[in-house]
Design a protein around this ligand. Structure first.
Ligand code: PEP
Ligand code: CO
Length: 459
C-alpha cells in the first residue's frame, strides 16, 4: 500500500501558523516584535536539518515497533545547551546510546530504532513564567534557544537571535553525528570505538565486555560462513527528536517539499509534545496536527482515557501506523493505578499507538542537600512495572525514553555504584533535570533485557 493510502487526509484548515489562533502555553514574551519577525523570516529560508524521506523511513520503523518487530531507544540530555555543543559531549552521548542499543539488540533479539534527544533539544517548559530572587523578578530561564540562565535582566530577556544560534548548533550536532556514523564509528566490528574513559572501572564493564566479545564472534562466524563481509553492520541509523515547545521556531521549520503532499517539520525527525502543553485545544496540538512527521505526546498521571482517545482523534485521524507515540511518565508510585485504564481504552478502541515508557520525569525529587535528583530504584521500579502492566493489559511496551549523558556525572542516586545524596555535589552538571550517567544508562538497558526475557518465559 502506498503511503498516500495509509496516511490521513491533509487537513485543509491547517497552516504552519494556525496554532496562533489557540492558547499557546509556555511561550516567551519577546520584547521586540520586529526583531522576532526578521529572525523567523531568516529561519524560513535556511536549509532543513533533516529530509522528508528520512522522516517517512522513521515512521515506518516506528510502525514496526508498534507491532513488536523493533524496540525504540530514545535518549539524551534533558536540555542541550550552547556551551556543550562540543565534540566530546556529542561523541560521548553517542557512545552511550550505541552501547545501550547493542545491549538491547543482543538481549531482545530485535532491531533497535535509535532516536537521540539532541540536535534541537534547546527549549524547556517551566513551572512559573517569572522567578523572584532577593526581591527582583525576572523572566524564567526557558532554555538556551530563548534566554540565558544567569539571573540578570540582560541574560533573562528573551532574544530571538538565539533561535538562529540554536538552529546552527543543531545543524553542527547533526553534521558531526552523521559524519561519525558514515565514517564507521558505529561499526559493529569495532565496538571498542565506543569505549568511554571511565568504563574500565565500572562494575558493569565485565558483563558488557562479554556481550561485545560474543557479538564479535558471531559476526566473524557469519562472515566465515558467507565468505564475505556481513553487510549493514558497519552503519546504523540515528534519528533526532526534541520537544517542539517554542512554536514560532517550529513554525519556521514547517516546509513543503517536491513530490510529497502536505507539510513536514524539517527541523527534526520526531518532535514530541510535553506533558504541560498537551491540551487538546491548545496551540501545540494544533501545530502537530498538520505535520506529517511521526509525533509523540508525553502522558502524565492525570491524563484520562477520554483525553487520550481525543488526542488520537486529532493527531491521527486516519489511524496511520507509526504516526502516534504515547510516552507515559507516571512515577513509580502512580503507574500501577494511572496506566491500566489508558492502556485498556486505547486497546479497546483499536487505536494504533506506540507505547513508550519515560521512567525519569515522574520520579524527580529534591535531595536533602537541595539537589534535584532521581533515585535509580524508582526509575527501575517504574520501568519494571511498565513491562508488567503492558503484559497484563495485552498491550506492548515498545520503547524507552531516557535522560542520559556520556559524561561522568553524579545527578541520579543509586545504580551499580550506589551513589548517595552525598555524592551529588561531586559532579552535578545539569542546569535542568538530573540525568543517568553512563553506568546507570547501561544498567537500564540491561534491566530492559532482563525484564523482557522474564516476561517472555513465564514460570
Ligand atoms: C522533558 O522531557 O524534559 C519534560 C519536560 O518532560 P515532561 O513533559 O514529561 O514533563
Ligand atoms: Co527533563
Amino acid at each position: 500500500m502506498s503511503d498516500r493510502q495509509l496516511a490521513s487526509v491533509p487537513p485543509d484548515d491547517w497552516a504552519p501558523g494556525s496554532w496562533r489562533t489557540r492558547p499557546a502555553a509556555q511561550q516567551p514574551a519577546y520584547p521586540d516584535g520586529d526583531a522576532l519577525a526578521r529572525v523567523l523570516a531568516e529561519l524560513r529560508c535556511l536549509p532543513p536539518l533533516v529530509t522528508s524521506w528520512e522522516i517517512l523511513a522513521l515512521k515506518q520503523r516506528l510502525a514496526e515497533a508498534q507491532e513488536g518487530r523493533r524496540f525504540l531507544l530514545q535518549g539524551g540530555d534533558c536540555a542541550e545547551n550552547f556551551d556543550d555543543c562540543t565534540p566530546e559531549v556529542i561523541s560521548n552521548r553517542l557512545k552511550v546510546l550505541l552501547q545501550m542499543s547493542l545491549v538491547l539488540v543482543h538481549g531482545l533479539r530485535l532491531p533497535v530504532v535509535r532516536v537521540g534527544r539532541f540536535a534541537g533539544q534547546y527549549a524547556k517548559p517551566r513551572s512559573a513564567d517569572v522567578e523572584t530572587v532577593d526581591g527582583a523578578t525576572l523572566p524564567s530561564y526557558r532554555g538556551d534557544i530563548v534566554n540565558a540562565p544567569a539571573f540578570d535582566p540582560a541574560s533573562r530577556t528573551p532574544d530571538p537571535r538565539r533561535m538562529v544560534k540554536a538552529h546552527a548548533r543543531s545543524a553542527m550536532t547533526m553534521n558531526f553525528v552523521r559524519s561519525l556514523i558514515d565514517g564507521g564509528f558505529a561499526d559493529l566490528h569495532h565496538p571498542e570505538y565506543w569505549d568511554l574513559e571511565w568504563v574500565g572501572h565500572s562494575p558493569l564493564a565485565e558483563e558488557y565486555r562479554r556481550m561485545v566479545a560474543g557479538i564479535g564472534d558471531a559476526v566473524r562466524f557469519m562472515e566465515t560462513l558467507s565468505g564475505s563481509d556481513v553487510h549493514n553492520l558497519d552503519r546504523v541509523d540515528f534519528y533526532t527528536s526534541h520537544e517542539a515547545l517554542l512554536l514560532p521556531y517550529e513554525e519556521a521549520q514547517a516546509r513543503q517539499v517536491p513530490r510529497q503532499w502536505g507539510w513536514f517539520n524539517l527541523g527534526t525527525h520526531f518532535p514530541w509534545i510535553g506533558m504541560r502543553t498537551a491540551s487538546l485545544d491548545g496551540a501545540h496540538v494544533e501545530y502537530f496536527r498538520g505535520i506529517r512527521n511521526p509525533v509523540a505526546v508525553k502522558v502524565g498521571p492525570s491524563a484520562t482515557p477520554d483525553q487520550l482517545l481525543r488526542l488520537a482523534d486529532v493527531l491521527n485521524p486516519g489511524n496511520e501506523p507509526g504516526r502516534l507515540t504515547f510516552i507515559h511518565r507516571m512515577g513509580a508510585g502512580r503507574i500501577a493505578s494511572s496506566l491500566p485504564p489508558l492502556l485498556d481504552a486505547v486497546r479497546r478502541e483499536g487505536r494504533r499507538v506506540l507505547w513508550v515508557c519515560d521512567p525519569m520525569h515522574g520520579n524527580t525529587e529534591k535531595a536533602a542537600t537541595g539537589y534535584k535528583t532521581r533515585r535509580f530504584a524508582n526509575i527501575r521500579s517504574e520501568l519494571e512495572q511498565a513491562f508488567e502492566l503492558h503484559a497484563a493489559a495485552g498491550t506492548r511496551l515498545g520503547g524507552v525514553h531516557l535522560e542520559l549523558t556520556g559524561e561522568d556525572v553524579t545527578e541520579c542516586t543509586g545504580g551499580a555504584r550506589d551513589l548517595t545524596d552525598a555524592d551529588l555535589a561531586r559532579a552535578y552538571r545539569s542546569t535542568v533535570d538530573p540525568r543517568l550517567n553512563y553506568e546507570q544508562a547501561l544498567e537500564v538497558a540491561m534491566l530492559v533485557v532482563r525484564k523482557q526475557s522474564q516476561l517472555a518465559t513465564p514460570l
